[in-house]
Ligand binder design. Structure first.
Ligand code: GTP
Ligand code: MG
Length: 468
């Protein structure tokens, strides 16, 4: 949980390690005395000035650029001082320590500490302040963290779109339409004798239906955005020697897992994130599923089932060259029964027949045939994986969204559906209609944070990196 105080805060804003430039950032209500102490003078607002950063004796700690962003025209909305120094970790630590020291020193004029209470920022605290001071809304604040964490170019682009407020604007459009409808219903409640007429004339049902269709468009894009951010987990499972490790290597384009003709080669789970059209897929290769007296192999098989149980999608790999052997088919049937027992119906299982190159005449009744060895059919599998993940190209562009947003939108959907029922059921349910619309608006507000749920804020901002 973050401290929600107005303490001045300081942090190294750049990544740890060596770099050409590193930045120490300070934010607080009034930084002028600190600027004086470290820069030896006042700075022109928002102008970079090259100068020595001074220690307590006036000696330079380092030379660099200092920029003072007076409140409210800064990232956090408070006074912000940015010190761009050389990017060594020792230099930046010295500069950070110097800021803390200078803050505690008595001001030559007042004799009181220059910047009482200056402390090192918690992760995400700068962005939290930006949010609390109305510089950005919650969805935008999350987009900052998502942009930094983006694992694919598509994810970074869509995080940028969310950060620029595209997602928030869509939410505001929905909210405004919702408020309009609520006002209509609330007004009707005040004049009960006219209610049906009034709502009918204003086409409340039509407005609600329009709102529902707008919502479903936003939902679709948010779901795609959440997919870009989180990806899905795909587990490759099947009998020993089917070519699971070969398939992982083929998908990843690298020799990650050991491949050999010995059945029972893979023991540990080997995982790799691959991207298909920008969607991250976390693919896990597992031990071949069979009864074994080998203790290590047994552990591997147990781990494989553990992976399967947490999968979002399973590739059930078969060996085409052995497809016609009765005991091979029997073992596959046993594995299939296990998959059906352990997986909810919502997790797709795709039959993949490997080694097509060695059995070109055999064609499976269902699923797809490929060769991990020659690469034949791998592209088709990649497309199929995207479809299994639920990816659809959305024309207007995707904005990065989080599971939290998708869930909130689903709650809005539920409340609007109930509201529509109450509206259709006529006058006596107007109170309930009004209540559902209110709840729908609450759920929408959660996305942009225009409400006061402190606990939620703590969770969101504590996942940031320090200095952001
Ligand atoms: N002809 C042919 N051979 C393949 C293909 N894919 C894999 N193999 C061979 O099949 C054998 C087993 O491959 P692996 O990828 O190790 O199989 P696995 O399913 O990971 O096996 P375990 O780890 O023992 O469960 C190796 O000799 C591979 O060279 C393929 O597409 N065509
Ligand atoms: Mg293997």
């Amino acid at each position: 949980m973050l401290a929600r105080t107005s303490d001045p805060i300081v942090a190294i804003a750049t990544a740890s390690g060596r770099g050409a430039v590193g930045i120490v950032r300070v934010s607080g209500a009034r930084l002028a005395p600190l600027v004086d102490a470290i820069c030896g003078r006042a700075l022109k607002p928002r102008e970079a000035t090259y100068l020595p950063f001074r220690d307590a004796e006036g000696e330079p700690v380092d030379h660099g650029l200092a920029i003072h962003f007076p409140s409210p025209n800064s990232f956090t909305g408070e006074d912000v001082l940015e010190l761009q120094a050389h990017g060594g970790s020792v230099v930046l630590q010295l500069l950070l320590a110097r800021c803390l020291e200078a803050a505690a020193e008595p001001d030559p004029v007042t004799g009181r500490p220059r910047l009482p209470g200056l402390r090192v920022a918690e992760p995400g605290e700068f962005s939290q302040r930006a949010f609390l001071n109305g510089k950005i809304d919650l969805a935008q604040a999350e987009a900052i963290a998502d942009l930094i964490d983006a694992s694919t170019e598509a994810a970074a682009r869509s995080a940028g779109r969310s950060l620029s407020g595209a997602f928030s604007r869509e939410i505001h459009t929905l909210r405004d339409a919702l408020i309009h409808l609520r006002m209509l219903v609330e007004a009707t409640l005040d004049f009960p004798e006219e209610e049906i007429d009034f709502l009918q004339k204003a086409d409340a049902a039509g407005q609600l239906a329009k709102l529902q269709s707008q919502l479903s468009a936003v939902q679709q894009r948010a779901r795609q955005g959440a997919l870009l951010r989180e990806g899905i987990k795909v587990v490759i499972a099947g009998q020993p020697n089917a070519g699971k490790s070969s398939l992982l290597n083929a998908l990843a384009g690298a020799e990650l897992a050991i491949v050999s003709a010995v059945a029972g080669t893979t023991r540990d789970v080997v995982s790799q994130t691959i991207q298909i059209h920008g969607v991250p897929l976390h693919v896990a290769d597992t031990a071949g599923l069979r009864e074994s007296s080998d203790e290590v192999e047994q552990i591997g098989v147990a781990r494989a089932w553990g992976q399967i149980e947490s999968a979002d999608a399973v590739l059930f790999l078969h060996d085409l060259t052995r497809a016609d052997q009765p005991d091979y088919a029997a073992a596959d049937a046993e594995i299939l029964a296990g998959l059906q027992r352990k997986l909810p119906a919502s997790v797709p299982v795709l039959d993949v027949w490997n080694k097509q190159d060695a059995a070109p005449a055999v064609h499976p009744a269902q699923g797809i045939a490929l060769s991990a060895k020659t690469g034949l059919g791998i592209e088709a599998l990649r497309e199929q994986l995207l479809a299994m993940a639920g990816w659809q190209a959305v024309p207007e562009g995707v904005y990065l969204a989080r599971a939290r947003h998708v869930q909130a939108l689903a709650r809005v959907e539920t409340h609007l559906a109930l509201a529509a029922d109450h509206l259709a059921a006529q006058a006596q349910l107007l109170d309930l209609l009004a209540e559902e619309l209110r709840l729908a608006q609450n759920a929408l507000n959660e996305i942009t944070g225009e409400f006061g749920a402190d606990d939620l804020l703590g969770v969101i901002f504590s996942r940031f990196c320090i200095g952001k």
